[in-house]
Design a protein around this ligand. Sequence first.
Ligand code: S5P
Length: 264
Amino acid sequence: MKLKTLEIPLEIQNRLNLCKNTLAKKCFSLILEKKSNLVLTLDLTQTQDILEQADSLGPYISILKLHVDIIEDFTCEFINNLKSIALKQQFLIFEDRKFTDIGNTVAMQYEKGIYHIVEWADIVNCSVLPGEGVITGLKKPINNRERGLLLLAQMSSKGAFTSPDFIKKNLELSERHADFVFGFICQEKLSNNPAMIHMTPGVKLKEGEDKLGQQYNTPEKAIFERGSDMIIVGRGITESNSPEFAAKEYQLAGYEALLKRSEG
Ligand code: S5P
């Protein structure tokens, strides 16, 4: 198993040159530098496990995604340690909070409580179900930090409600707030704006379903056939016998699919 080290996906290089959003630039640069369009999701409940996996799998990923509210022994020290690992291993931190409320509430959820998400998460996401206020609310606590927002336009789960109108609204709002919004959580390419990044969860090397309605497509299907840019992988890596070997496999599969698309 070897990456074609000399090749770069020219499409990503071109899009990097076109985009102005700082987070989009960072993502495109990391994809090229690390030859990885892999977002690792560590849905684990113990901080030590998260820190160990972040450090050992860090070389193969561009983004680490968390659900901070499932952690059972959360401390501020954990965040400091995670930030040091992110710096050492060069990945961005994405808190998968899926904000969905009125602007005033999401502003507080982003900044306050015990997690102070705005202080450490480079990337967060939201649903535009509440309307534009969810985005303007999330902008409030940012101040001059470099932060990016992804819109949850489609979901991987069975029976997810994603009407064409809802997707259209996501596209409109992404353009109106392109200073903050830099892409989508989705199942296929939605936007023709080259600066918008598409990230796809529900990815495993083998298609299938879990017992609670999660549906999986392969990296090839998500990136090459459906035109997404990054794969989001959790249990495909964390529940394998060798997470490190699996992370390398997903890195390779995701990046090769991107190269194949760029060539085609
Ligand atoms: O539509 C979605 C959106 C997200 S962010 N479907 C998802 O599965 N996710 C998240 O991606 C989900 O919350 C979980 O953290 C991850 C998928 O994990 P896996 O173990 O099924 O790969």
